[in-house]
Design a protein around this ligand. Structure first.
Ligand code: PLP
Length: 378
């Protein structure tokens, strides 16, 4: 049996999405910037896709900018906001995705003051600290992820948005892990920038978007042609855009059903693991279904000098999981998120992340195989 439980890294493409994309890989090949019929047809399809995304998020198409993915959208939100509004202070946390964290580090070298919010032992951000920092520093940019890709911890977007609005701070949230899994109603949220990446919700890789509140003006991120209303030069990833919109549409249509299904798988896994393994703990608040992303469970197996072989042994058994953020896989530097939580190095941390395609049978198989692997260590 092959089991894929690394959906926070990427999800399989939905075949319905692929069918929608196909005509734009074949016959509809025109350049959307061309003014002839071939170009106009593709331009129209992009604008239909933009409208679809905007409608789903309850916002206007003029506030949606397509990018190459979540990383670019995060970079654009942070860098362009800072440059355009002469912001001297960025507030973020040490457990953000590297798309944010490495951008913050670069900005610090360029003279921007960066403050990192205090975290409790489970990785929850201290909102009193946020208020304190905002009182001391006017004109700040706050960048906090909606859900953590490794441990699934979530922030309350409404609450943080209100705090930022009260202090006239700009608020960007990396919503890559929640887009397509939770409703984002931009009419109700006090947020200037959020982002999405299609491959996290059964769309294609290499396409994402930035939502930019109309009142938050900023300079382009990539200079070139007039694409994306002069904000992001470069010929559009047409089939990616078509696929992203279709994938988001399906995600919204089926959201309740998938949330129920995936949450039940997560619950089944938590119970199964607790029953089979003594001394097991969960990183962050990922075992609390009310506080964490329903697609992510980060498990801490008891310390053993063989734990570094855990992922390898699961891989041999056909189980694909991750030990941390897959976005930097291949570089054996460990997880910056788990480091912030003081997770012991020799305890085997495994991130299981689920999708609509996983089944209860697969979870049962994984628990069974895990108990065999761990048994070998005794
Ligand atoms: N932000 C978060 C929270 C992510 O999980 C990821 C990908 O893992 C990204 C940003 C980057 O997205 P992309 O792969 O589209 O560049």
């Amino acid at each position: 049996m092959k089991v894929y439980l690394d959906n926070a890294a990427t999800t399989p493409l939905d075949p319905v999405v692929f069918e929608e994309m196909k005509p734009y890989l074949l016959g509809n090949f025109g350049n959307p910037s061309s003014i002839h019929a071939h170009g106009r047809k593709v331009r129209a399809a992009i604008e239909v896709a933009r409208r679809k995304v905007a409608n789903l998020l309850n916002t206007s198409p003029s506030e949606i900018f397509f990018t190459s993915g979540g990383t670019e959208a995060d970079n654009m939100a942070i860098r362009s906001s800072i440059a355009s509004h002469n912001i001297k202070h960025l507030i973020t946390s040490k457990i953000e995705h590297h798309a944010v964290l490495h951008t913050a580090e670069m900005l610090e070298k360029e003279g921007v003051k960066v403050s990192y919010l205090n975290l409790d032992k489970n990785g929850r951000v201290d909102l009193a600290h946020l208020e304190e920092l905002l009182k001391e520093n006017s004109a700040s940019l706050v960048s906090l992820m909606h859900a953590n890709n490794e441990i699934g911890n979530m922030i309350n977007l409404e609450e943080v948005g209100e705090i930022c609005a009260a202090h006239k701070a700009i608020f960007h949230s990396d919503t890559v892990q929640t887009m397509g899994h939770y409703v984002h109603d931009l009419e109700k949220l006090n947020v200037q920038c959020i982002v999405g990446s299609a491959h996290k919700f059964h769309g294609p890789k290499g396409i994402g978007f930035l939502y930019l509140d109309a009142s938050h003006k900023m300079s382009p991120f990539i200079y070139g042609g007039a694409q994306e209303r002069n904000m992001r030069g470069g010929t559009e990833n047409v089939y990616g855009i078509i696929g992203l919109a279709k994938a988001l549409e399906i995600a919204y249509e089926e959201m309740d059903m998938h949330e129920t299904h995936i949450s039940s798988l997560k619950k089944y896994m938590i119970e199964g693991l607790k029953e089979k393994f003594h001394g097991i703990t969960f990183n962050g608040v990922s075992d609390d279904l009310n506080q964490s992303l329903y697609t992510v469970l980060n498990v801490n197996f008891p310390p053993s000098d063989k734990n570094d072989m855990l992922l390898f042994n699961l891989d041999i058994k056909g189980i694909s999981v991750s030990g941390g953020s897959a976005c930097s896989s291949g570089t054996d530097v460990g997880s910056h998120v788990l480091r912030e939580l003081n997770t012991p190095i020799d305890s085997g941390s495994v991130r299981f992340s689920f999708s609509k395609y996983n089944t209860k049978e697969e979870i049962g198989y994984v628990i069974e195989q895990l108990s065999q692997v761990i048994q070998l260590y005794k």
